[in-house]
Write a protein that binds this ligand. Structure first.
Ligand SMILES: [Zn+2]
Length: 118
């Protein structure tokens, strides 16, 4: 896969989330990475902090955003999707730092592609 294609794929994912279609973005990401789709919804997992924007439960394979608006925040959705990806890989648990890097990578690609289109 060329980096150009990579950038367009990532930019398209970010644009889809910004376009209020986080479920569609999650479906595309899951297909791309060959993993089952996580469920996504609004709420807070029992016993988890209400102050975080979103959280992922590996047991439930579910991403929950504390508020609906956070479902439309690409950084939040991509960060939580990274936890879902790593959930399939028991050897290598994702850390917060890597989840942030994964999300930032998509947003930077989105910015690069937007610059080219303007
Ligand atoms: Zn996290």
């Amino acid at each position: 896969m060329t980096s150009e294609f990579n950038d367009y794929f990532k930019a398209m994912i970010v644009a889809t989330i910004l376009n209020y279609q986080p479920e569609k973005a999650i479906a595309l990401l899951s297909r791309h990475f060959h993993v089952d789709e996580p469920k996504i919804g609004i709420g807070v997992f029992k016993g988890r902090s209400k102050r975080v924007r979103a959280a992922y439960s590996g047991k439930r394979k579910e991403i929950l955003a504390a508020k609906r608006e956070y479902l439309y925040d690409p950084f939040t959705i991509l960060h939580e999707f990274y936890h879902h990806l790593r959930n399939f890989d028991n050897e290598h648990r994702g850390t917060e730092k890597y989840a942030d890097k994964f999300a930032r990578d998509f947003i930077e690609a989105y910015n690069r592609v937007s610059c080219k289109l303007l």
